[in-house]
Ligand binder design. Structure first.
Ligand code: SF4
Length: 382
C-alpha cells in the first residue's frame, strides 16, 4: 500500500551528522513540544477508551502560559553550545488539549514573534474567534495544525470518545474546522491543516468514507490514518479494555483505503499499521524531541510528559532555564518508567540504533558512552 508516512526523513535530513553531534554533546532538539495546562483539576472532559492514561483528575502543578513564553524565549536565543535553535515547536497535549488552555493564543503568538515554525495538535472542540484569527493571520511557512477526529458522524464520535450525552460533537468539530479553513484560505495563510483518524473496531467501517469526504471537501491538506498503540501507562495494564482493530476489519479498511487513495491520492496517508509497537532503547528522544509537560517539567518525549513517569523526568522548568536542564548530565531510570514509545520516537530510535550498529565500532562506543554513562541510563546497549 502506498502513501506511507515516515518521521525519520525530516530529522535525518536536518542533522546529517547526528551520531557525531550526539557523541560530542553538540546536539540540539529537532523539536520542542509544549503542553499548555488547563486551569482546573480536570485535564479533559472526554473519557476516550483509547486515552493513554486512566484518570482525568490530576492535582499535579500546572505550568503558566507566561512560563511557557519564557521557555520559547530561551529556545529562540539558541543553544549555548552551537547557537542553533530547534527546527520547530509543537503545541500539543498528553491527556490535555492545548486549545483548552486560556493561554493558547499568547503561546502561539510568542512562537510566531520569535519565528518558530509551529505544529499544533488538537481535538478542535474549543476553537474561538481569537484563536482562528491568530492562526489565519500570523502563521508562517512550515506551520501546521492537526485535528484528531477519529470518526465520520455524530454517533461514532460520541461512541469513540465515550461522550454519549453529547450527540452533536462531530458536527461541532466539523464547523470549527470549516471556519478555520475558510479563514486561512481567505487570507492565503501558509498554515497546513490536516486531520488524523485512529482506526478501531467501532470506527473503521462507513464512518471512514464519511470522514474522508467531509474533510477533503472542506479543503484539508491531508488526512492521516493509524491504528492504536497499546500504552503501558506507567504500570497500569490495559490489555483487556483497550480498543483495537481485528485483522479482518483492518484488511477491510485497507481495501477501502486503496479505493479512496486512488480517488484522493497523496492527501491520504497512513502510519505503519502495526497493532502493537514497543519501547525502543537506547532512547534518543530526550535530545531530539524533549517535551514540557502540563506540570512544567521537562520530559524525554510527549508520551512521558506526566507525573506517572517521574523516573524519566529531566528538570522542573518552572524553576530552571531550558538549555541548562537540557544539557545536564542525568541518568534516567527507564526500568522504573515502563514507558511506551509513540511511532515517531520508536521509528527514530530504531533508525539510529541501526545506523550506530552499521557504523564504526569507535563511533558507536563514543555515542554509547555519552548516552549511558554521562547523560543517559539505558537498559540495553547497542
Ligand atoms: S516512551 Fe520511548 S521515546 Fe519516550 S522516554 Fe520512553 S523510550 Fe524514550
Amino acid at each position: 500500500m502506498g502513501n506511507q508516512y515516515a518521521y525519520s526523513d525530516n530529522l535525518l535530513d536536518a542533522f546529517p551528522d547526528l551520531e557525531g553531534r550526539l557523541a560530542s554533546g553538540r546536539v540540539v532538539p529537532y523539536q520542542v513540544e509544549l503542553h499548555p495546562a488547563p486551569s482546573g483539576r480536570e485535564l479533559c472532559w472526554l473519557k476516550c477508551s483509547h486515552c493513554y492514561m486512566q484518570g482525568d483528575i490530576d492535582d499535579a502543578e500546572r505550568v503558566s502560559g507566561e512560563r511557557l513564553v519564557d521557555v520559547i524565549d530561551d529556545l529562540s536565543k539558541g543553544s549555548p553550545r552551537t547557537g542553533e535553535r530547534p527546527k520547530q515547536l509543537v503545541i500539543s497535549g498528553f491527556r490535555t488539549d492545548p486549545l483548552n488552555s486560556a493561554s493558547f493564543v499568547k503561546i502561539f503568538r510568542a512562537a510566531k514573534e520569535r519565528g518558530f515554525a509551529t505544529g499544533l495538535h488538537t481535538k478542535g472542540l474549543v476553537l474561538g474567534e481569537e484563536a482562528i484569527r491568530a492562526l489565519a493571520e500570523e502563521s508562517i511557512q512550515g506551520d501546521y495544525m492537526t485535528f484528531s477526529v477519529d470518526a465520520g458522524d455524530n454517533s461514532t464520535y460520541a461512541s469513540v470518545h465515550d461522550a454519549n450525552g453529547q450527540s452533536r460533537l462531530y458536527n461541532h468539530v466539523v464547523e470549527n474546522v470549516r471556519k478555520l479553513v475558510e479563514s486561512v484560505r481567505k487570507r492565503h495563510s501558509p498554515l497546513r491543516i490536516q486531520a488524523t483518524y485512529l482506526l478501531t473496531e467501532e470506527n473503521c467501517g462507513a464512518s471512514v468514507e464519511s470522514f474522508v469526504k467531509t474533510f477533503l471537501d472542506m479543503g484539508m491538506d491531508s488526512l492521516r490514518f493509524s491504528v492504536p498503540i497499546l500504552p503501558t501507562m506507567a504500570h497500569q495494564s490495559r490489555d483487556s479494555d483497550f480498543p483495537s482493530i481485528s485483522d479482518q476489519a483492518l484488511s477491510g479498511f485497507k481495501e477501502r483505503f486503496k479505493g479512496l487513495s486512488r480517488r484522493f491520492g497523496e492527501r491520504l496517508v497512513y502510519l505503519r499499521f502495526e497493532k502493537r509497537t514497543r519501547r525502543t532503547l537506547p532512547c534518543y528522544s530526550r535530545w531530539l524531541y524533549p517535551t514540557v509537560g502540563f506540570d512544567g517539567n521537562l520530559y524525554p518525549c510527549c508520551l512521558t510528559a506526566s507525573k506517572e513517569f517521574s523516573a524519566v523526568r529531566i528538570a522542573d522548568l518552572k524553576k530552571e532555564d531550558f538549555w541548562g536542564a537540557y544539557y545536564r548530565a542525568l541518568p534516567l531510570d527507564f526500568t522504573a518508567a515502563d514507558c511506551q514509545c509513540d511511532r515517531k520516537s520508536e521509528e527514530v530510535n530504531l533508525v539510529l540504533r541501526q545506523r550506530m550498529m552499521s557504523g564504526s565500532r569507535a563511533a558507536s562506543s563514543r555515542v554509547c558512552k555519552m548516552m549511558t554513562e554521562s547523560n543517559y541510563s539505558s537498559e540495553s546497549s547497542l
